[in-house]
Structure formats: C-alpha cells, structure tokens
Design a protein around this ligand. Sequence first.
Ligand SMILES: *Cc1c(COP(=O)(O)O)cnc(C)c1O
Length: 355
Amino acid sequence: MTTIPHSKPSLGQDDIRAATEVLRSGLIAGGPVVGQFERGMAAYIGVQGGVAVSSGTVALELALRAMGVGHGDNVILPSYVCSAPWLAVQRVGAQARIVDIDPVTYNLDPHKVRKARTSRTRAVIVPHLFGLPADLTALQSLGIPLIEDCAQTLGATEQGRAVGSVGLLTVCSFYATKLLCTGEGGMVLSNDEALLERVRALREYDQAPSLNAAAFNCKLTDLQAAIGVTQLNQLGEFFEKRAALAAIYRDSLPAELFTPPSVPSGRAHVYYRYVVRLQKGLQSPDEFTDYLSRMAHRGLQCRKPVFRPLHRYLELADFPASDEADEVALSLPLYPSLTEEEVKLASRILQEELR
Ligand SMILES: *Cc1c(COP(=O)(O)O)cnc(C)c1O
C-alpha cells in the first residue's frame, strides 16, 4: 500500500487534449509538433535550437558524438549521479573520469574536475542535481567544454544565467517523472547550429547523403511532443507548487534531524527533489533500509536520491563526499499534484519512524 508515492507525473486535461489531437490527425510519428516543441524548449532555455530524441541517455550520447568525442578521449563526470552519463561515455568509446562532488550541494566539485583533467579531456558532463544548478561559474573558468545535464533542473539560475544556456551543449530528459514529461524523451540543445545539425543527422537513418554507421533511429514522436508542449506551458505553475510544498517541508521538519537542502547565494533551486540530510539514528545501510520500509508500511515512499554512486558500482576508492551522500541523503515525495496535507502527513511519518 502506497498512499504517497515518491514521484508522479503531472498530467491533466490539457495533455490529454493535445495527445488526442495528434491521434486524430493520423500523423503520429515525428512531424511539425516535434519542431514546435524543439523551438519552445530552446526559447525557454535561451539557446538557438534543440533536437528532440528518444531519451536523455541518447541525448548525452549524441551530444558526445556531435563533438567528435571517442576512442582515446576522456570525459569527466561526477560519481553521485544515475548511470546514464557513464553509459553515454561508454557508448562512444571514450574513457569516463569519475570525480567526487561538493558535500553540501551534491553537485560536481570544480576543484576535483581541475585535478582530474588531462590533455585528453574533451568535455565535462555537468548534472544539475535535484533542481539546484552546479557551480557553472567555477566550472566554466576551467576552459573545458561543458555538457550541461538538465534532466533534473530547468528554469533555475546561477549568477543570473539560466541553466542550460551556459554549456557548449545541453541535454534534457522528459522521462515520466521528470520536471516536464513526455513518457520517454530527451533533447540536445545548443547555440552552435553545426553541432545541432550533427545531432540531427545521428537521430535518423533515412534519406542520408551517405551511410553513417553512427546514425540510428532515436526520434521523438508528435504524440510525445504534443504532451511536451503543454507541459512546457505549465512549467511555471509546476515550479510555484513545488516551491510552496518545499517550504512546507522546511517548516514542518526539525532542521537538526533533517537538514534541508542548502542553496548557495547566487543560485536558485526549482525543487525537482526535496533531499534532506539525515543527522542521526541511521548508522548502517541496513538501518537506512529499515527506515525506508517502516515508512513504506505507513504508505510513505521515500527514496535514496541516487540509487548507487558510480564509484561504488566501479569499486573506485576515495570518494568521501559521494559516500557520505549515499549514507545520509534522503529524497522525499515532491510533485505538483502533492497536497499540503500530504506533505504534513509525510513530515509526521518521517519523524515518527526515525529511531
Ligand atoms: C533521468 C536522467 C538522465 C537520463 O534520462 P533518461 O531520459 O532516463 O534516459 C540523465 N541524467 C540525469 C541527471 C537524470 O536524472
């Protein structure tokens, strides 16, 4: 029994109407609505253009391919993230150089990036985790091309600049439970039209001037894009609800037991996730798991915000900040359709089940 799931897509009448219209048109593959969604996303982020693809993971892979990253190159990425960025680097045949995170924000630590760079470093994948922008200013000063991973953060700013508008390339994911969803889906965005043209050539095999072994079929459909367009129109409303619910968590949970997310000055948080730091009581992974299942028994689904850090999968040592995050970070339910009462109930269960 789950009465408060950890995440939930925000779908309403507008999305149903938009999808139905495409079905009625009989043109359900990629077409004009995909183009409309691409232009809408590019305008929202503040870049020249976007190329819609079938997932965020594919978007990462095509971003790397468009840059010509491959064998003999390396790409820097954080340990504390889902495995999608690592998979994309594997797929293009490059080497992933995994670095630790900032222990306070859970985002990439620019100092670690500087130490990890070599003459073969071609790019840094910069996930903006949980709705909080990474330290783009410090990362940009390193002079390595940045691929911003906006799968978890849209509409947030760092020193007044929109996330997604700073890197050479930006990728988004529209998976069912992301900020803006199309079921599955992704996009590569950039100010560089030549790079976007290469991504376009890679997502489609048909009618190419020559055979390209790296090309594939990973297009988005109009059916998905129609939902994307209506979701994009609602994004401002979604963010207002998320911020209001985050504020209720902040007020109802004692900060000494559940440290709230910290937002460094000059950055804005859009609360894709509300991730607290547990202060006590959970000395071992087993106790953490027990805590999660006690809450699940009462209908509250909380999660580890990252299933397993990459360095743990790969058995790499010396990642103290990612290790700590893996031990103390807890992600609470947060999505636009969650009610104020549910947040208060969740806050009560979180405290009562903490031993
Ligand atoms: C979800 C996610 C991805 C992958 O996106 P998919 O659409 O699921 O392939 C990549 N990076 C981050 C940070 C994500 O949260």
